[in-house]
Design a protein around this ligand. Structure first.
Ligand code: SGN
Ligand code: CA
Length: 520
């Protein structure tokens, strides 16, 4: 009896030590750093292609981890994409199918599950859901689309404005939280969300100057005439030549446009350089004005003498100069965060994800913007680094989707995912068990029509080889052979050679719609 009592006392005394040891063991659960930029096409990341820009810092994540070459979204537009990421559900299930109606915040999101499981959670930057995020110990988010200059923030402690360039400011907040604010005894799930490089593509003053002198190669399909395609591509309003605004987008002063009398093609101009420029202080404006003047003067002299192709190229160069300058700042700032992880020793137990809310057309098909199921907007950059789990420097071409993020992150942190999430954890592709991964096709559905850019509603099925699309309001089908026609220039839906494949894919599409319960 004496012995039993003695043993009991020893066990009871050692309990707090056991409990403490579990709490204090920081390696037990991985940290998660989720980095997402807004409208960052994979064509503008050198890990995918260095034709346009070098992004050494973002590339580091791929070099030290995995680069996904077929990662895609379920609905290529901002708010729906973010809602899909948070809920692990398609737009028709989470109710967020456009950028207008606020997100139904009664729904479970993966950050809430991380918080409930004892993670420290924080979010900095652009959320864009129409309300505040749930499941965060701290958040500082941009209202709506947010601003590039001297951005306002909504926080859980009141609203504030911070002087500076948004990409730098969001990074400062992120590093400051990592360094000074978080509870270092707990693992963290941190969402670091850039507004850049979203339209109207305002770079930092230094990058504006540097990039305004660069010349970029044109994409092969810049002068696409949409022959061999259907009504949807022909009627979309996202042409660099016809829809991109001279002043707001290309940064030509509206006074100059007025002075010129007639500027063709005629494009409605809105409010000159726009609200971003008006947020600059006089001191800040002084850094931008000489470059804006130089752009405006060159426009005034050269534009009237240009033919259509030259005009298209001028618009493309101006677009790329500003867009890629914005990307370059994102890359520098991602580098700052990665350096902080190295210096603080956090890197080895932190999963770092880099992605975008969708892709973007960088002149392909003569376009900017996104929304379509066609590759440049459907695919999204995705790379993940996880030391000692993901083999460094691997490339993966499986069809993973932003729908899968929630379940993947939850499994990585050994937190149970709710049964009604519709994605699939792609952990097997991270930890070398790819034989356990089997997915042949993904489902896509865009329905924000009529709206800006005039992209018809459509849904479709995409495999590594083919893409079958149905523009249902106008009853038009399209089929692309992704291997033979990677630029998607030829709809082969009516080609008899593909007839049996069409039948097969239609059936698979029907099954996917049933599986995901999409009756819309
Ligand atoms: C703004 C842009 C559009 C863009 C939408 C949605 N126009 O309205 O070009 O498609 O945002 O973008 S702008 O003239 O106001 O810049 S999203 O990323 O939020 O979905
Ligand atoms: Ca976006």
């Amino acid at each position: 009896m004496k012995n039993i009592v003695f043993n009991l006392i020893v066990v009871l005394l050692s309990l707090p030590i056991v409990i403490y040891a579990q709490v204090a063991k920081p390696q037990a659960k991985p940290n998660i750093l989720f980095i997402m930029s807004d409208d960052h096409g994979y064509q503008a990341i050198s890990a995918y292609s260095d034709k346009l820009i070098k992004t050494p810092n973002i590339d580091r994540i791929a070099k030290e981890g995995v680069l996904f070459t077929n990662a895609c979204v379920a609905n290529s537009i901002c708010e729906p994409s973010r809602a899909t990421i948070l809920t692990g559900k398609h737009s028709h299930m989470n109710g967020k199918a456009d950028n207008r109606k606020p997100f139904d915040e009664s729904q479970m999101t993966f950050p809430q599950l991380f918080q409930n499981a004892g993670y420290q959670t924080a979010m900095y930057g652009k959320l864009h859901l129409g309300n505040n995020p749930k499941g965060f110990d701290e958040f500082m988010i941009l209202p709506g689309q947010g601003d590039y200059f001297n951005p306002d923030f909504i926080t859980n402690k009141g609203d504030t404005t911070i002087t500076g360039y948004a990409t730098d400011v969001i990074t400062d907040l992120t590093i400051n939280w990592l360094d000074k604010k978080r509870d270092k005894a707990k693992p963290f799930m941190l969402m670091y969300l850039h507004k850049s490089p979203h339209r109207p593509w305002w770079p930092s003053p230094e990058k504006f100057e540097e990039f305004s002198k660069k010349v970029f190669p044109m994409p092969e399909s810049l002068f696409d005439d949409y022959s061999n395609r259907g009504t949807a591509a022909k009627t979309a309003k996202m042409s660099l030549l016809l829809d991109m605004k001279y002043s707001q987008d290309s940064k030509v002063r509206s006074e100059i446009i007025k002075e010129m009398g007639e500027v063709l093609p005629k494009i409605s101009q809105g409010k000159g350089l726009g609200q971003e420029y008006s947020r600059l202080s006089l001191q800040q404006k002084a850094l931008y004005d000489p470059i804006i003047d130089s752009i405006s003067n060159s426009f005034k002299i050269n534009w009237p003498n240009m033919n259509t192709k030259q005009k298209m190229n001028w618009k493309y160069q101006r677009f790329m100069q500003d867009y890629l300058a914005c990307v370059s700042s994102v890359d520098d700032n991602v580098g700052r965060v990665l350096n902080y992880l190295d210096e603080s020793g956090l890197a080895k137990n932190t999963i770092v994800i880099y992605t975008s809310d969708q892709g973007f057309y960088l002149g392909e098909h003569g376009w900017f913007d996104k929304r379509f199921i066609y590759d440049e907007s459907f695919k999204t950059p995705l790379m993940i680094r996880w030391p000692n789990v993901i083999k460094p420097g691997i490339t993966n071409d499986e069809m993973v989707q932003n729908l899968d993020f929630a379940q993947t992150f939850l499994e990585a942190a050994k937190i149970e995912a709710p049964n009604d999430m519709q994605g699939k954890s792609f952990m097997p592709l991270l930890n070398g068990h790819s034989n356990k991964w089997n997915r042949e096709a993904v489902y896509y559905h865009y329905s924000d029509f009529p709206n800006e850019h005039n992209v018809q509603k459509h849904y479709g099925i995409v495999t590594k080889e083919y893409k079958l699309v149905y523009f249902y309001d106008i009853d038009e089908w399209e089929l692309y052979d992704r291997k033979k026609d990677p630029q998607e220039m030829k709809n082969v839906f009516n080609d008899p050679l593909y007839a049996s494949l069409v039948k097969e894919l239609k059936l698979k599409l029907k099954k996917l719609r049933e599986k995901y319960k999409d009756n819309s």
